[in-house]
Design a protein around this ligand. Structure first.
Ligand SMILES: NC(=O)c1ccc[n+]([C@@H]2O[C@H](COP(=O)([O-])OP(=O)(O)OC[C@H]3O[C@@H](n4cnc5c(N)ncnc54)[C@H](OP(=O)(O)O)[C@@H]3O)[C@@H](O)[C@H]2O)c1
Length: 382
């Protein structure tokens, strides 16, 4: 029987992932769950017709689903029996600071992405609690800030299988530039990268000081050519991308390829953030068995983990403690205290929802002060 995929969250990223999944012939049913049924059904209809117009025949169904109702989510999962669940649900999307006037956007973004943790953690935590209740044993992939969110969840024994995107959005850039420098076909070039979410803005050209730590190895025809081709230069070479939600095509492409590997007999060596809740991202072997960090010549897994733990602070996170409490870097917390009046130096998972609501409300007020209506803008974009 062909596998069933359940997609939770049909916003900017979820909608693009759905477009790509609808063109995957190896899939059986796609079940889409989101709160807004009117918008969700219409979107599923559009995707179905678009795929059919292109010659595919996907089976797509919509179920109203609110992650705040864990019992109902558990029931839906037990009924639909998905082989893979992908959640893109979040309380607030990631690109909103870009809507502010440039000066305020730069100030808010200087805090790093980590300060937004509560808005990305809350619904993934609820999902994983619901899946535990449902005794779900399939694969769970998550999009919201997995490099940190899934690591926090691992301390509560609730880690998803892995995250999607992030470092796997960097790998194609390095592979392409390496193949060009080597004048080699793409498929002869292999990239192995250990890197955190915090490296991505640097790689795609946001101004920064220190570069977060990472490990990069490039192989050509099985030989290590990292030094010969100056791979570090390639990683940081200018490669501008348009800002904002159009980059979801990149994330979605990476997500669908990961799903293919997870549904295949043979599996594949890919990259993914947070395999089994590890911090940051790694090369992984993805197969029906799940996801495991791939062995890397010259780098032990423990060393790779240290690289990613040291990278947290480039996203404004000082450390994650054994009980899942997150300690923010003082300078990051200070930016939000001064700008938004939001004070949060430590976050325990159980207070994530309250802090998320407060942060969203304060950010909306802040944006209004600068003439930006966040709700209106998001409605228009998605
Ligand atoms: N890993 C990566 O590489 C990567 C790349 C891009 C984005 N992201 C992350 O992916 C996440 C989604 O981004 P986005 O731009 O798609 O955000 P978005 O447009 O705001 O979509 C989020 C979706 O979550 C749903 N949602 C909200 N509350 C819900 C609830 N209680 N139950 C069920 N669904 C709920 C919303 O749909 P309803 O209102 O209909 O429920 C909404 O469509 C963010 O965390 C973002 O940072 C990750």
């Amino acid at each position: 029987m062909k596998p069933t995929v359940m997609l939770i969250g049909l916003g900017g990223l979820g909608s693009i992932v759905l477009e790509l999944l609808a063109r995957e012939e190896r899939l059986g049913r796609i079940v889409v769950g989101s709160r807004n049924a009117t918008r969700g059904v219409a979107r599923c209809n559009l995707v179905r017709l678009g795929a059919m117009a292109q010659g595919y025949a996907p089976t797509i169904g919509f179920v109203p689903l609110d992650l705040n109702d864990k019992e109902a989510v558990a029931e839906i999962v037990q009924r639909e029996k998905p082989d893979i669940i992908l959640s893109t649900a979040t309380m607030q999307t990631w690109w909103l600071p870009d809507l502010l006037p440039p000066e305020q956007a730069a100030i808010i973004k200087s805090a790093g992405f980590g300060v937004w943790l509560p808005v990305h953690l809350t619904l993934t935590l609820k999902l994983m609690e619901a899946l535990r209740e449902a005794n779900y044993r399939g694969i769970t992939l998550t999009a919201p800030f997995p490099d940190v969110v899934n690591c926090v969840l691992s301390h509560l024994d609730l880690a998803p299988t892995c995250g999607v995107g992030n470092l796997d959005e960097i790998v194609p850039k390095v592979r392409l530039l390496a193949a060009e420098r080597l004048r080699a076909p793409l498929n002869a070039v292999r990239v192995l990268l250990v890197a955190h979410h915090a490296l991505e803005p640097v790689v795609f050209g946001e101004p920064t000081g220190e570069v977060p730590p990472y490990f990069l190895r490039v192989e050509y025809g099985g030989q290590d050519v990292t030094e010969n081709i100056h791979a570090d230069e390639l990683l940081l070479a200018p490669y501008p991308l348009p800002p904002g939600p159009v980059t979801h095509f990149l994330t979605a492409g990476s997500t669908v390829r990961l799903m293919r590997a997870l549904l295949s007999e043979e599996g594949a060596l890919l990259h993914a953030p947070a395999p089994n809740g590890l911090p940051g991202g790694y090369p992984v072997i993805a197969s029906r068995e799940g996801v495991q960090p791939a062995p890397i010549e010259g780098l032990a897994l423990a060393e790779a983990i240290v690289i990613n733990e040291r990278s947290h602070r480039f996203d404004g996170i000082e450390r994650i403690e054994a009980d899942g409490t997150v300690v923010f870097c003082p300078e990051a917390a200070e930016v939000l205290r001064v700008e938004l009046g939001y004070e949060c130096e430590r976050l325990t998972p159980d207070e994530a929802e309250d802090r998320a609501q407060e942060l969203i409300a304060r950010f909306q007020k802040y944006a209004e002060r600068y003439g930006v209506n966040l709700r209106e803008n998001v409605r228009r974009e998605v």
